[in-house]
Design a protein around this ligand. Sequence first.
Ligand code: UDP
Ligand code: MG
Length: 133
Amino acid sequence: MTERTLIIVKPDGVRRSLVGRVLSRFEDKGFKLVELKMLTMDKALAEDFYSPHAQKPFFKELVSFITSGPVVAAVLEGDGAVEVVRRMIGSTKSAEAAPGTVRGDFALGVTQNMIHASDSVESFQRESRIILG
Ligand code: UDP
Ligand code: MG
């Protein structure tokens, strides 16, 4: 079923000039790029975006990292976008992420893990409202 999902290349990916290579993977796979935006999240936006994690011990570090520089947000459209894109980004802990995934190929960190992707259609709707308006 045609679906949409939101990815965000995090500040580490933008700093390392990997945005084009990351977006290319999803275009190569067959997803259509339907929205694209560069922005720098402020604290309030980041806290709203990551509110499901507000009670987690890593929340402060996560907000500090995600606001540390510009990010690139993209909406991707295609068959099964949410699940397929989640598979393409790899496990949260980059050091354990499978080769061939974005995190497996480009990152080593847990907090600094290159990329966000929505984990459900409901998350996509909530997140895209916050990031893209
Ligand atoms: N994160 C962290 N420490 C942890 C787990 C997660 O700093 O122990 C960060 C990491 O950047 C991750 C984000 O919090 O991408 C959101 O966590 P989630 O469990 O939703 O992982 P994701 O869905 O991004 O794989
Ligand atoms: Mg998540």
